[in-house]
Design a protein around this ligand. Structure first.
Ligand code: RFL
Ligand code: PHB
Length: 397
């Protein structure tokens, strides 16, 4: 039997960041991760960080590698067929920049500092079950190397992603879910080629495309694809050709192609679970909500959840002040719904849907033209894209 103050289910960015931040406040945690460590460290996902995420990572001592390998951007471009490209100019409208820095590197850094600081992580942990969440002494049952184990704790953080077990531990009559599935996915390619200088979304009648990056010699590209798409049907040559067709010719010419080092398909989904807490269980990150990647909000939301949850746990454990934890769910959900709305709007604006008609196309075109013309519309989009500020309790007493 093991004992800790906070049992953290899931060793992705949400769980590992929470464990690290609690450690900085002298609070003990144990992370239970279903996958072997190598698997977690190899996953390629997010790449664009909000201003607030970058600041938080710096504040908790994780800024050094980001400063070395990451890259600041004044905003993100939208290339629109037959129109001048448009910059979501976060620098101009908010004074803040976004950063390109990969989730893979952030996860590596988190595993490094937790190991350095003697953090306890049990990977390859199977059959995780949460018990007695409404009592004073919750506990987690799990299997390690075929043996049944028990972890006792004061609080449980459910950071186990969309396919985890934590969300399902809320009673069915309490849990409400909100969902939108999209009839397409993103086919993503990573290549060791110099990226375009800028991050750029492309709207095109053949479908959406995106040019992004991880560092000076690592590019990340995506194209909208059918849900039935099979990776084996997309050799590199076909991918590059399709990608270039979706960008304006002068930009397509600048895309440097090369062999892919990773290729994967991600379906798009919007999903929110309410509430994000039950008894002594608190959900954070993808376990409670999913956004389509248009808008680059998923990892950033996981970080803001962790900011609120860490603050609540520290207030409760160190000062016996329960006000933050009591409001964790409602506070986190306000920010979650802001990101849900933005990523849904950008997904609708930039993708081709099978049932799009001429009316939809005209409305989308008008939305883009309005963005080009209206400083107010540009400022509103920039404010949401760069990330809404983290709330203080005083904002909603
Ligand atoms: P994760 O990363 O899914 O980690 C959850 C961890 O929990 C483990 N687990 C369990 N452990 C124990 N017991 C169980 N029963 C368990 N079940 C699961 C899993 O193995 C895993 O290690 O969730 P977390 O920490 O909440 O982090 C969320 C982010 O990973 C996610 O939101 C982002 O990657 C989303 N995302 C993006 N977000 C951004 O902010 N900016 C971006 O540019 C961006 N681009 C993206 C993305 C996601 C993508 N995909 C593949 C869905 C681009 C793509 C293509
Ligand atoms: C990425 O670099 O992987 C990326 C960038 C922007 C997005 C989503 C993903 O909106």
């Amino acid at each position: 039997m093991e004992r800790t103050q906070v049992a953290i289910i899931g060793g992705g960015p949400a769980g590992m960041l929470l464990s690290h931040m609690l450690h900085l406040d002298g609070i003990d945690s144990v992370v239970l991760e279903r996958q072997p460590r190598d698997h977690v460290l190899k996953r390629i996902r997010a790449g664009v960080l909000e201003h607030g995420t970058v600041k938080l990572l710096r504040d908790v001592g994780l800024g050094e590698r980001m400063a070395r390998e990451g890259h600041a951007h004044d905003g993100t471009w939208i290339a629109w067929e037959d129109r001048e490209p448009f910059l979501i100019d976060t620098k101009r409208h908010t004074g803040k920049q976004m950063w390109s820095f990969g989730q893979t590197a952030i996860t590596e850094e988190l595993y490094r500092v937790r190991a350095r600081d003697g953090g306890r992580l049990i990977d390859d942990a199977g059959q995780v079950v949460l018990h007695e969440l409404t009592g004073d002494r919750p506990w987690i049952g799990f299997e390690k190397d075929g043996a049944a184990q028990r972890l006792e704790c004061e609080f449980v953080a459910g950071c186990d992603g969309f396919h985890g077990v934590s969300r399902g531990s809320l009673p069915g009559e309490l849990l409400r879910t909100f969902e939108r599935a999209y009839p397409f996915g993103w086919l993503g390619v990573m290549s060791e080629t110099p990226p375009l200088g800028d991050i750029m979304y492309a709207q095109h009648r053949r479908g959406f495309a995106l040019a992004s990056q991880r560092n000076a010699m690592l590019s990340r590209y995506y194209i909208q694809c059918d849900l039935a798409t099979k990776l084996e049907d997309w050799p590199d040559d076909r991918f590059w050709e399709e990608l270039k067709r979706r960008f304006p010719p002068d930009i397509a010419r600048k895309i440097v192609t090369g062999p892919s080092i990773e290729k994967s398909i991600a379906p798009l989904r919007s999903f929110v679970a309410e509430p994000m807490s039950y008894g002594r269980l608190f959900l954070a990150g993808d376990s409670a909500h999913i956004v389509p990647p248009t808008g680059a909000k998923g990892l950033n939301l996981a970080v803001s959840d962790v900011f609120y949850l860490h603050r609540g746990l520290v207030a409760q454990i160190r000062r016996n002040d329960g006000r933050y934890l009591e409001r964790y769910s409602e506070t986190a959900l306000r920010r979650v719904w802001g990101a849900e709305r933005l990523s849904w709007q950008l997904t609708k604006l930039l993708h081709v849907f099978p049932d799009d008609d001429d009316f939809t196309r005209r409305v989308n075109l008008n939305e883009f033209d309005h963005l080009q013309a209206s400083a107010a519309a540009q400022a509103a989009l920039a404010e949401q894209y760069v990330g809404l500020p983290f709330e203080d309790l005083a904002a909603n007493p």
